[in-house]
Design a protein around this ligand. Sequence first.
Ligand code: FAD
Length: 512
Amino acid sequence: ENPAAEKYDYILVGGGTAGCVLANRLTADGTKKVLMLEAGGVNEAKEVRTPIGLLKLFKSALDWNLYSTPQHAANERSIYLARGKLLGGSSATNATLYHRGSAADYDAWGVPGWTSLDAIKWFIQAKNNCRGIEDGVHGTGGLMRVENPRYNNPLHEVFFQAAKQAGIPENDNFNDWRRSQVGYGEFQVTQSRVAVSRGVTFQLNCQDGNKHSAELAPGGEVVLCAGSIHLPQILQLSGIGPQGQLREKGIPVVVDLPGVGKNMQDHPACLSSFYLKESAGPISLTDELLYKNGKLRRSAILKYLLFGKGPLATTGCDHGAFVCTAGQSKPDLQIRFVPGLALDPDGVGSYVMFGKNKDYKWPSGITFQLLNVRPKGAGADLSTLRSGIKLARHIAAQPACAAFVASELHPGAPASSDAAIDEFIRDTVHSGNANVGTCSMAAAPGGNAVVDPCLRVFGVRGLRVADASVIPVIPGGQTGAATVMVAERAAQILLGSAVQQLSAPVPAARLT
Ligand code: FAD
């Protein structure tokens, strides 16, 4: 089929998380012609379809292999930014955790029509909760399958007991906004990472050396869904962005929009890891996954093939906790507990190392990946991560955990003073893979605003943005669910049936 021969109601640029959700909704009744342009290929690789395959996806051909410019706060290091380059985008290469943050996160956006009361409707619409709960918080009819982790390791229970001994309460539902997000427990996961990717109409392969063009039908629209990092680049190459920056690069200015590419937010992360005592036996995730010669265990393969369970059915970090490190009203720290040892102090680096592991007996251990999920700026973020390292040590020292732990690997004994811990963090801080905000949504133009509450680019006709880049303030949890929420609402706006009335902010007493 030749896409150029058709006229389209919608052209979507980017077939990632938001693009796939949108394409699915827009094509649902069969009356709309939708062209989706995706830079990457199809997502049939077994590494994409098996949760543990994430280990092999970082820095692979299915990843954009992006790095930041050198960051002063990270001792001038360039930070690796993983992003999926395939149909399904980063939803096909992510850690599958399902988090919404808290109601107040959405009210803080200050955008009419996008308060927590609005957002909850689109969260519910997207969700197919396998707990089967329909209670005004969860949904069961959506395409995004959400369930409890399919892999449980004895070390998860050790972590839970130690967290309890350290004074952290239990939490069996981090996504119920009527309760506090604080506590330890199982994170929910979206095991079918590609479930949202049906409804694609065309793929246009521009690598054949030919130039293709696609035309809009009368009243048609272009919607950009290329993700937080590529979206500002596409806009700026099209002459939409800060005029000084565009002129410097010789790009003719179409619309001076200073906010394009500004306001990038992420969850900065560091980790603490511990060797286990020999007497603990081979109980780490890595022990359950691999033989001593580094080959995949047959039992692990069989468990996955027969029951969809076992160590292949996890991305390794689906249990953990949310904690307020300094009496905040909402947790600033997320602990992602991994029942395996991070050999590299950069969490992503450890995954990459493990993914390439050959003929090597990976030592048994445990890891606490520590994320600042409500970052404020360098100083405050450092203090949250420092508290996180101290808390990880405190949990590891509790009787339940101490019975298994032999010694600390990272940061290691030399990092005993606050100054030494801070230096470790600067040397090893890595991305929590939650980039948002680079094309921020706002009620009115000005400042960092790029799109209005109906996702239209300020000053440009017929152009919208619908993906993680419009999220103006990062939510306190992984960003995939919030991106799907944005796409669900975008579909309603485009199809003209969005509930446009503006709801009042949620009273703090009702939702936290
Ligand atoms: P993406 O899903 O990245 O989609 C953008 C798409 O646009 C990509 O397919 C890309 O190839 C394409 N594209 C880019 N430029 C162009 C162009 N010029 N032309 C055509 N196509 C283009 N979130 C969670 O909720 N839970 C998690 O556990 C979690 N873990 C993560 C782990 C990793 C390693 C990563 C990378 C992310 C993780 N996230 C997680 C974050 C979540 O996946 C993202 O927030 C979400 O996928 C963003 O969706 P998006 O549609 O904005 O961008």
